[in-house]
Design a protein around this ligand. Structure first.
Ligand code: UFG
Length: 352
């Protein structure tokens, strides 16, 4: 049976993508997850992380799991030796913007060295199909909005994390130029939020969340006292930062559609595609939507701007519609309702 290898498949976007793949009635791959568990939880005595066990329970399908770090070439070689890998979906990476400022070398190691090691092993095993987990951060400070794929990348990126995503895209362009067998779809995510509507898988950040939606969810559930609104003097609708929030299930569906693009054989080389809704919402709009969805009050206090934050960004999603026949279908209300269902059913995440 052909295999789809998913690095970082136990993480937030990775687990939702595994779920979306296995929910396809005619899905013809076995799913092989490689994850070092740096941001995923496995209970003592279990063979697999909780997120994957829950997906198996919900879908009735089996996931192959290997606790391997992508910098471990030998470990990766063994996994590729055991399965007939046709395509790789590469999520494994460190992703905390603030932490990346403190630990730039760790971010280079995990995100760049790890990615190059994975590519070496792919080449050695003649696997050339890749879906890469990229970010709108590669666009840096926007020159124009909405952000389309023609917008320049690499200028004015405000964090080492963001630069690792940009550098990996440049490396992938070089790879594609070196050998036409490579086919790489780089999915540039806007702001993934929400959870699977079952409430059984969701975002489970280590420690205090850096991102807006999980922070709000933890305030609503009583784990954190109040939200600090970073900047209320931006030139936006109400002074707070505006982002293109996208439901993680829509995002996961984008990966399912990207996999289908390999089958249709309609592209070659490096293909960047935005995954966003095309609509931006402010921090206060998200807070109001979350209060409405949860019926809880979310205390919010004004705070200074956070270093490196943009005033606003949102996607031009036309390329995804054209190339993948994909469009985000879920509203801000759905994102909040599903994030709340996950958070209220699992107040302590997967450890609960
Ligand atoms: N915000 C707050 N308070 C918080 C957290 C966030 O007010 O406690 C605000 C931010 O200032 C911003 C908005 O909420 O205006 C969204 O912030 P997030 O941290 O959720 O998301 P970012 O847009 O800052 O970061 C996201 C991804 C990063 C990526 C970046 C690129 O999480 O991986 O987009 O633009 F690098």
């Amino acid at each position: 049976m052909p295999a789809l290898l998913v690095t970082g498949g136990a993480g937030y976007v990775g687990s939702h993508t595994v779920m979306a793949m296995l929910e396809q009635p005619d899905f013809e791959y076995e799913i092989v997850v490689v994850d070092n568990l740096s941001n995923a939880y496995r209970a003592e005595g279990d063979k697999k992380p909780v997120a994957l066990l829950r997906i198996e329970e919900m879908t009735g399908k089996t996931i192959q799991f290997y606790e391997v770090d992508i910098r471990d070439k030998q470990g990766l070689n063994e996994v590729f030796g055991k399965h007939d890998v046709h395509c790789v979906v590469h999520f494994a990476a460190l992703k905390a913007v603030g932490e990346s400022v403190e630990k730039p070398l760790e971010y280079c190691q995990a995100n760049i060295t790890g990615t190059c090691t994975l590519f070496e092993v792919m080449r050695d095993h003649r696997v050339y199909n890749l879906i890469y987990s990229s970010s709108c951060t590669v666009y840096g400070e926007p020159e124009r909005l909405p952000l389309d794929e023609e917008h320049p990348t690499g200028r004015g990126i405000s964090s080492p994390y963001g630069r690792t995503k940009y550098f990996c895209e440049e490396i992938m362009k070089d790879l594609c130029a070196s050998d036409p067998k490579w086919k790489i779809i780089s999915l540039r995510y806007f702001n993934p939020v929400g959870a699977h509507p079952s409430g059984r898988i969701g975002e489970d950040p280590n420690g205090i969340p850096n991102n807006l939606m999980p922070f709000i969810a933890q305030v609503a559930v009583g784990r954190l006292p109040e939200l600090k609104v970073f900047g209320t003097d931006y030139p936006t609708i109400d002074g707070t930062g505006v982002r293109d929030y996208i439901h993680v299930v829509d995002l996961a569906d984008g990966h399912v559609k990207a996999l289908q693009l390999f089958h249709r054989n309609e592209f070659s080389g490096f293909c960047p595609i935005n995954l966003g809704t095309g609509t931006g919402y402010s921090v206060y709009q998200v807070v109001a939507a979350f209060e409405a969805a949860s019926g809880r009050r979310v205390a919010a206090a004004r705070a200074p701007r956070r270093a490196g934050d943009l005033a606003a960004n949102w996607a031009a999603p036309a390329a995804a519609a054209r190339l993948l026949a994909w469009r985000a279908a879920r509203s801000l209300r759905d994102m909040c309702a599903d994030a709340w269902r996950w958070q209220s059913a699992n107040p302590d995440g997967y450890r609960g």
